[in-house]
Design a protein around this ligand. Sequence first.
Ligand SMILES: [Zn+2]
Length: 184
Amino acid sequence: MEKVEFECRKCAKTVSVEQRKISPFCPACGTLLNVKAQPKHWLFQFNPSIYKWFDRIQNTREPEQWLISQHFQLIHKDDLVAIWSSGQKAGIYALGKIITNPKQSLLNLGQEKYFLEEYDIGKFQEKYSAYVEYFKICLEKPLLKEECNKDTVLSNMQILTNSLGTNFRLTFEEWVRIQTLIGN
Ligand SMILES: [Zn+2]
């Protein structure tokens, strides 16, 4: 059963139901508490002819900074994400967890060299970004687009019908199916 908790959207403090009965405000900073959001599921897309994701993942498994161009009000720390490559071998190559809330922040220096154009690095100046930590990387056996197209659940994924963008919503059902097919 899902445990109901409350959270402070300002300082991220988590508060129990009992504590919330005592006061509807955050004990740390005084902000009005909200019901804690359940983790959501996303698909983040990169284009290998713009960003050398495959080179980076060979070099490091450190958390990766992702541009949040869409849904920045809905994407939160602890949400789960499937990583999609566009291009000739399109498909899902990793699963991860978002470990920071989206905020405006320059691209970290370690990642700069994997972008082919200065223009794309500049996007981090004006947009939100968040870090993703990978818990599953499947470079050898990705879940390819062709397989998704044939699957009764995954064939409805937004990325397959309208692939413009970076951040796409996945349904819970789609997420579970991806995990099953990737063999997690
Ligand atoms: Zn607070």
